[in-house]
Write a protein that binds this ligand. Structure first.
Ligand SMILES: *[C@@H]1O[C@H](CO)[C@@H](O)[C@H](O)[C@H]1NC(C)=O
Ligand SMILES: *[C@@H]1O[C@H](CO)[C@@H](O)[C@H](O)[C@H]1NC(C)=O
Ligand SMILES: *[C@@H]1O[C@H](CO)[C@@H](O)[C@H](O)[C@H]1NC(C)=O
Ligand SMILES: *[C@@H]1O[C@H](CO)[C@@H](O)[C@H](O)[C@H]1NC(C)=O
Length: 387
């Protein structure tokens, strides 16, 4: 088996060449100039987990990772995630997971996300214990200990970020999906789930405020996706809700949009409270909904059929998820295998998108067309400037 963390640093030559140019630029060259982020610090769930959960609870099994990494790479995807494309486009290496103790390199950032992470831990099982508050504690540890370790010099200095990177880095967030699904899982009504959202959003705001207090200035916040179009939700709850013309659960999507409107309001509040912060709110919901509901137009096929799964209406069975094995004649065989061509598919495993879909999503959001304010990714240190 190939180690995920090693592979994470195999970069295309062009990307390595780009990162070597960092030293030529100083911070904030001219209003509106490219930001030249030297690091990324990511918080979230499986949408952006590059190996956190798998380092502690076991690897996401093959065929996860097969498209880009040649084997399991700590990601719930056949290849790269949106956060990987963000890193590549900024000329940075893929992010090591903070929890991964082997082969990691934090010189250009760290990833605190783990699959199944909520903002606030729900009163039910099946979610990561590494909620957003825990990720904040990890981040605080990282800020202080990375500098102590760096001061040892030699190789240690090459594994930890420079102190200035902590303030100059881009802070990315993609979290909240599990808070919503936890409510569904606990059989709460949509109204009950909505009633709990202000507390969840307040916790999110609090975490951003605390990162700012430790020096973070540039924030890139993804809203939550169209949960009502995701196959794991449709498979379990689809029968209980009305479906739209495409097959997405209307009330669940409406709940996700309600979460997003509260998140957007909280970002507006944060901009007022944190005068030096540059916070970009990214409407990834609209991008994902467009991809799923108009897949053919965008060059994709079968948005409601899982690529890596087994059986049932959506090629998805919750008890036989991607990579699941059964024993035949004393021999283990993978029963939930990859489809023939993941590069034209939207849903990788019923929960997560394929690498091809992630690349497409990244291209849409990087332009700033779905951002508030409408700044592109490379300008995300200027979101305080009126556009
Ligand atoms: C959590 O769930 C348990 C068992 O269902 C219940 O007894 C307890 O009151 C719940 N706690 C909260 C805070 O809802
Ligand atoms: C960590 O990664 C950076 C950037 O890719 C690289 O320059 C550095 O040499 C790596 N550190 C070690 C110890 O390999
Ligand atoms: C939710 O409802 C389902 C179906 O009615 C039931 O099987 C399950 O135990 C319920 N879960 C909780 C947490 O109440
Ligand atoms: C899902 O898999 C389980 C075995 O793990 C099986 O019992 C069940 O019938 C399957 N469901 C469907 C819809 O195929």
């Amino acid at each position: 088996m190939i180690r995920a963390s090693t592979i994470g640093f195999l970069l295309p030559i062009a990307v390595l060449a780009a990162s070597s140019h960092f030293s030529r630029f100083s911070e904030g060259v001219g209003v509106g100039g490219a930001c030249h982020f030297p690091a990324i610090f990511n918080f979230g769930d499986s949408n952006s987990d590059t190996g956190g959960l798998s380092a502690v609870f076991g690897q996401a099994p093959a065929p996860n990772g097969e498209t880009h990494f040649g084997g399991p790479a700590g990601r719930y995807c056949d290849g790269r995630l949106v956060v990987d494309f963000i890193a590549e486009s900024l000329g940075l290496p893929h992010l090591s997971a903070y929890l991964d103790s082997m082969g990691t390199n934090f010189s250009h950032g760290a990833n605190f996300a783990t699959a199944g992470s909520p903002i606030i831990s729900p009163n039910t099982s099946g979610f990561s214990p590494i909620n957003l508050n825990v990720q904040l504690v990890e981040y605080s540890e990282f800020c202080s200990r990375s500098q102590i370790i760096r001061s040892r010099g030699g190789m240690f200095a090459k594994l930890m970020p420079k102190e200035e990177y902590l303030s100059r880095g881009l802070y990315t967030f993609d979290v909240g999906q599990n808070d919503l699904t936890a409510g569904l899982k606990m059989n709460e009504t949509i109204e009950q789930i909505k009633a709990g959202l202000p507390e969840i959003i307040a916790r999110f705001s609090d975490v951003v405020t605390k990162v700012y207090a430790q020096g973070g200035r540039s924030f890139w916040v993804h809203n939550t996706g169209p949960l009502g179009c995701l196959i794991y939700i449709l498979d379990r709850f689809g029968d209980e809700y009305n479906l739209d013309e495409y097959g997405c659960a209307i009330e669940i999507n409406e709940m996700a949009r309600h979460f997003n409107s509260l998140l957007k309001e909280s970002v507006e509040g944060l901009r007022r409270d944190l005068p030096e912060a540059s916070i970009t709110y990214v409407d990834i919901y609209t991008v994902k909904y467009d991809l799923i509901t108009r897949a053919e137009k965008h060059g994709f096929e079968q948005p409601f059929v899982v690529c890596c799964g087994h059986g049932g209406k959506y090629n998805y069975n919750d008890s036989r998820r991607c990579g699941a094995k059964i024993t035949i004649d004393g021999k283990e065989v993978v029963i939930a295998k990859s489809c023939r061509d993941p590069s034209v598919r939207v849903s990788w495993d019923g929960i997560h998108f394929t690498e091809a879909a992630n690349r497409w999503i990244f291209k849409q959001i990087a332009t700033g067309a779905f951002s508030d304010p409408p700044v592109q990714l490379t300008m995300a240190c200027h979101s305080t400037i009126q556009c």
